[in-house]
Design a protein around this ligand. Structure first.
Ligand code: PLP
Length: 476
């Protein structure tokens, strides 16, 4: 990775800080107006540890589509995950950090020809399919590819169903496709499925794994060397969500249907790894009271913040996400009916239709948890509102774990999380380029002394520098 910009590095937090305190420090620095993220790498490390403990037989292949941050990819590569890529560009992104092509599955059952050619050129030979057409394409473009047949098994309840688009019928279609592959002299090595993203139906994994077993047996009878079972995605990623129920079903089904240790079991978690690691802070820049014409009372308040459905909150439209705004300030107990809107001129740009919040002023911050999955890769700067910048942090333990594990190096980190070395400021060009801050930096060092040295006290001036001239309140 090219580490030209200091603010792209991971900030090693001092012992008294955590992701929440960093959000507060940035918001209250007095120079921050734009929406921003804080990404806590410690959260990703914890998720990985949990996965290893709860599903030890299952090798995670992180689904890059979910959040294609280079830092996330590098951290996960350092932790030992492999990768699920859906396109040529995702493959290149993963390869660019030094991941071996054999650690990638090209898990898009319907691939453009040039992407298959590219996979062949760079040595990514493991790929999924679910149709005759894909088999003929692979026969022509990459006949030595190792093929994984994707079957359909839908969770009864899922945040995003995928079965309407991908996965062949395991009973009627799969045997036919396996026979076609055999007649084309192609190499099927395994079976995959995806029960749906945000699965709330753990028993579906049992049914899908048992169907995969039947197809393993058929494949072996047809002369294929069946060695890979891919459990796809569907694992929960939000704060407090438990992997336990799915893990219990998966482990017991694997024990029953795939007791042989030489079958390589993989999964493609995306949401699981990143959802809770990212917290988004948005700034209230405008508000409007809705007045009851009969008695002049305020019925509801419309709050406008500086990120919306064309930016991070595209997840509301595409990922069926329900988001919960939490005020950063310790507000009064009195709650008022309100709605929360994004910054663009489109009426569709609504984040929360109806909720209760304490009275907010211009310059106050609304915080949204669990914003790491299917947000940033899809966000656009529509209407000129920039996609929020990400400040990435890690605690000292996490830093010590990662700093010497390739592709991570000491250069990926910068010690300290003061507003100065977090590179705050008004991004006038929307790109986060603020030259005057370029001089401010703390050198990377592995010395423990320096980790604790950087305890510069943080400004608590709130938004008063940005909004010093606004007197909010009702005009009578
Ligand atoms: C093929 C494939 N694998 C993995 C994932 C990631 O799954 P999840 O969002 O459940 O983490 C997706 C999501 O769309 C997918 O299409």
């Amino acid at each position: 990775m090219q580490l030209g910009k200091l603010d792209e590095r991971i900030h090693v937090m001092d012992a008294s800080s955590n992701a929440c305190s960093v959000i507060k420090d940035i918001a209250e620095s007095g120079v921050q107006e734009e929406a921003f993220y804080v990404c806590d790498i410690g959260d990703i490390i914890s998720k990985h540890k949990e996965w290893k403990i709860k599903m030890p037989r299952v090798q995670p292949y992180y689904a890059v589509k979910c959040n294609d941050s280079l830092t996330v990819i590098e951290v996960l590569a350092a932790l030992g995950t492999c990768f699920d890529c859906a396109s040529k560009a995702e493959i290149d992104r993963v390869l660019s950090v030094g991941v071996d092509p054999s650690h990638i599955i090209f898990a898009n059952p319907a691939k453009p020809a040039s992407h298959i050619r590219h996979a062949a050129a760079v040595g990514v030979d493991l790929m999924t399919f679910d149709s005759d057409c894909e088999l003929y394409k692979v026969k022509t473009l990459f006949p030595t590819a190792k093929l994984v047949l994707r079957i359909r098994y839908d969770a009864a309840v899922a945040q995003c169903q995928l079965g309407n688009k991908f996965g062949c019928d395991p009973d009627s279609d799969a045997p036919r496709l396996m026979k076609l592959a055999q007649s084309l002299d192609l190499d099927i090595v395994g079976i995959s499925f995806h029960v749906g993203s945000g699965c709330d139906d753990p028993p579906v994994f049992y049914k899908a794994i048992s169907a995969a077993r039947r197809l393993f047996d058929l494949g072996s009878a047809l002369g294929f060397s069946m060695s890979l079972l891919d459990l796809g995605g569907g694992y929960p990623g939000n704060k407090g969500a438990q992997l336990d129920k799915i893990a219990e079903v998966v482990n017991s089904a694997l024990g029953e249907f795939f007791p042989e240790p030489d079958v390589h079991i993989i999964a493609e978690p995306g949401r699981y790894y990143v959802a809770s690691a990212y917290t988004l802070a948005t700034n209230v820049h405008s508000k409007r009271d809705l007045i009851n014409p009969r008695d002049g009372s305020i019925t509801s308040v419309m709050y406008y913040v500086n990120d919306g459905v064309y930016g991070s909150f595209n997840c509301i439209l595409y990922d069926h996400m329900k988001v919960t705004p939490v005020p950063l300030k310790d507000a009064g107990l009195e709650m008022r009916p309100c709605s929360v809107w994004g910054p663009t001129c489109d009426g569709l740009d609504q984040i929360v239709e109806s909720t209760l919040l304490p009275e907010l002023d211009i310059g106050d911050w609304l915080i949204f948890d669990n914003m790491g999955a299917y947000t940033l890769p899809v966000a656009s700067p529509f209407n000129g509102f920039p996609v929020p910048k990400v400040h990435t942090v890690i605690d000292v333990q996490g830093w010590l774990l990662l700093k010497d594990r390739l592709p991570m190096t000491e250069n990926h980190f910068v010690i300290g999380n003061t507003p100065a070395n977090l590179h705050l400021g008004l991004s006038i060009d929307g790109q986060g380029n603020i030259d005057e801050w370029d001089e401010v930096h703390t050198p990377v060092s592995s010395s423990d002394d320096e980790i604790v040295e950087d305890h510069t006290s943080h400004s608590t001036v709130g938004s008063s520098i940005i909004y010093p001239f606004l007197q909010m309140g009702q005009v009578n």
